[in-house]
Write a new protein. Structure first.
Length: 407
C-alpha cells in the first residue's frame, strides 16, 4: 500500500507531521479528521527521493523566477495548501533544473521545514537569493506570504527592467566602437595594400598622410598577433585587478565619474538601492538585515560602502541619511526624502517613491547617452574612414596634376 506524508495543526495550533499507510488519500483524510487534525497537506510519498542538481548554474532566468513567484502568490491567495502549490508549480515548470529545485523544496516543506528554510538550502542559492529568502521568512512570520510573493514578483520584474536599461546603455557604445574598429582594420588589412602596391609601381614621393596610412597597414598586417595579444593581456589584467578589493573600489569610483555614462550608473544604483530596501522594509524584514542585503546587491562597491556606513549608523542609534549625505554618492534630493521618511515613519513608502522616480530618470539618462553617442560615433567613423580614403586619393590627385602638366 502507498505511504502518505501529511502535515497539519492541532486544535491548539501546534504543527504536526507524519506518515500513514492506507489504500487511498480519502482514508488518510478520514483518519486525520478523527484525530481532530486540521489538515494542511496530504501527499503520496515518492518512492525515489533522489534528485540531481544542475552542473552548470541554475539555468533559471529572472523571467522564470518572476512567473514562478507570481503564480505561487496567486495560488496561495486562492487558499491552496503550500505543498500543493509547489507540486503544481513543479509539474508545470518547463526547465528541468528549476523543476528539480521546486520538487526538492516541496519535499522539505512536507517534512516539516518552513518554506524560507527550504529555499535557503545551499543547493538553491543560485535561484533563491538572500533577499528572496528573507522576504519569504517575513511573509510566513506575518501570515501574509501571498502579499509578500506579489511584492517579490513586482520587484523582480522592475529590477530586471532596470538592469536591461543600464546594460543597453553600456552595450550600445561598445557595439558601435567595435564596428568602427573592425571596419578600420578591414580597410587597413585588405583595401590599403592594393593601393600601396599601385603607388609603389608608380614611384615618386608620396604625401605624408598616405605614408602614415600605409605604415599603419603594414604594421597591422605584420604584427596583428602582437596587437591581439596586448588587447587580451590588457583585458585579463583589468579583470584580475577588478577582483581585488582596491581595484574593485577604484574602477567602480572611476565609472561613476565618467561623463554621461556615470550618471546612468549612479541613477541606476539609486533606483536599485531604494527599491530593494523599500521592498524589504515594507515586507517586515528588519532594517539592519535589509541594509546588509541591499549593500550586497548594490552593483557598485562605492555605493555598497555608503550603504554599509548607513547600516553602522543605524546600529549605533543614528539615522540612515547622515552617512548617505557624507558619501557624496546619493543626490541631495534622495538624502532629503529618506530623512523625511525616517522622521515621519514612512521610510518604505518614501523609498518606493524615490525608486519609481529614478526608474524614469534612468530612461532619461539612457536617452541622453544614446543621443550623445550617436553623433560622436558618426563623426569618429567618418573621420577615420574618410581620412584613410583621402590619404589614398592624394597621390592620385598628384599623379593627375603631373599628367595634366605634361600635356
Amino acid at each position: 500500500m502507498p505511504v502518505y506524508v501529511w502535515k497539519g495543526r492541532t486544535v491548539a495550533g501546534e504543527v504536526q507531521t507524519g506518515e500513514l499507510t492506507f489504500e487511498n488519500q480519502d482514508e488518510v483524510l478520514a483518519a486525520l479528521r478523527k484525530k481532530r487534525i486540521i489538515i494542511t497537506s496530504v501527499r503520496e510519498k515518492p518512492r525515489d527521493l533522489k534528485f540531481s542538481l544542475p552542473k552548470f548554474g541554475s539555468g533559471v532566468s529572472t523571467r522564470d523566477l518572476a512567473i514562478f513567484t507570481r503564480q505561487f502568490a496567486t495560488m496561495i491567495n486562492a487558499g491552496l495548501p503550500l505543498v500543493q502549490c509547489l507540486d503544481i508549480l513543479s509539474k508545470q515548470t518547463e526547465k528541468e533544473n528549476f523543476r528539480t529545485i521546486i520538487g526538492q523544496t516541496m519535499r522539505e516543506v512536507e517534512a516539516g521545514t518552513t518554506l524560507a528554510e527550504a529555499l535557503a538550502k545551499k543547493e538553491n542559492n543560485q535561484v533563491f537569493d538572500e533577499l528572496f529568502v528573507n522576504m519569504v521568512e517575513a511573509g510566513e512570520a506575518g501570515g501574509i506570504l501571498d502579499d509578500i510573493l506579489q511584492r517579490l514578483a513586482t520587484f523582480i520584474e522592475k529590477a530586471e527592467a532596470l538592469k536591461r536599461k543600464i546594460q543597453g546603455a553600456m552595450v550600445y557604445p561598445a557595439v558601435v566602437m567595435t564596428v568602427a574598429v573592425l571596419a578600420t582594420a578591414f580597410m587597413l588589412i585588405f583595401i590599403i595594400p592594393t593601393f600601396a602596391r599601385m603607388f609603389t609601381a608608380f614611384g615618386g614621393d608620396l604625401p605624408l598622410p598616405t605614408k602614415i596610412v600605409m605604415g599603419l597597414s603594414s604594421f597591422l598586417r605584420s604584427f596583428w598577433w602582437a596587437i591581439l595579444g596586448v588587447i587580451v593581456g590588457l583585458v585579463f589584467t583589468i579583470r584580475r585587478y577588478y577582483t581585488t578589493e582596491r581595484g574593485h573600489m577604484q574602477i567602480d569610483r572611476l565609472l561613476l565619474r565618467v561623463p554621461v555614462l556615470g550618471d546612468v550608473i549612479r541613477k541606476g544604483a539609486v533606483a536599485r538601492f531604494t527599491r530593494t530596501l523599500g521592498t524589504l522594509i515594507s515586507s517586515g524584514v528588519p532594517i539592519l538585515t535589509g541594509l546588509e542585503i541591499t549593500a550586497r546587491t548594490a552593483g557598485n562597491r562605492v555605493v555598497q560602502e555608503a550603504i554599509m556606513a548607513a547600516r553602522a549608523s543605524i546600529r549605533e542609534g543614528e539615522t540612515i541619511s547622515a552617512p548617505l549625505r557624507q558619501s557624496n554618492v546619493f543626490p541631495p534630493m534622495v538624502v532629503q526624502m529618506i530623512s523625511v521618511g525616517e522622521e515621519t515613519g514612512a521610510l518604505d513608502d518614501m523609498l518606493t517613491r524615490i525608486a519609481d522616480f529614478y526608474d524614469s530618470e534612468v530612461d532619461t539618462a539612457v536617452d541622453a547617452l544614446t543621443s550623445l553617442i550617436e553623433p560622436v560615433m558618426i563623426v569618429f567613423m567618418g573621420a577615420v574612414v574618410g581620412g584613410m580614403v583621402i590619404a589614398m586619393y592624394l597621390p592620385m590627385f598628384k599623379l593627375i596634376n603631373v599628367v595634366a602638366g605634361g600635356h
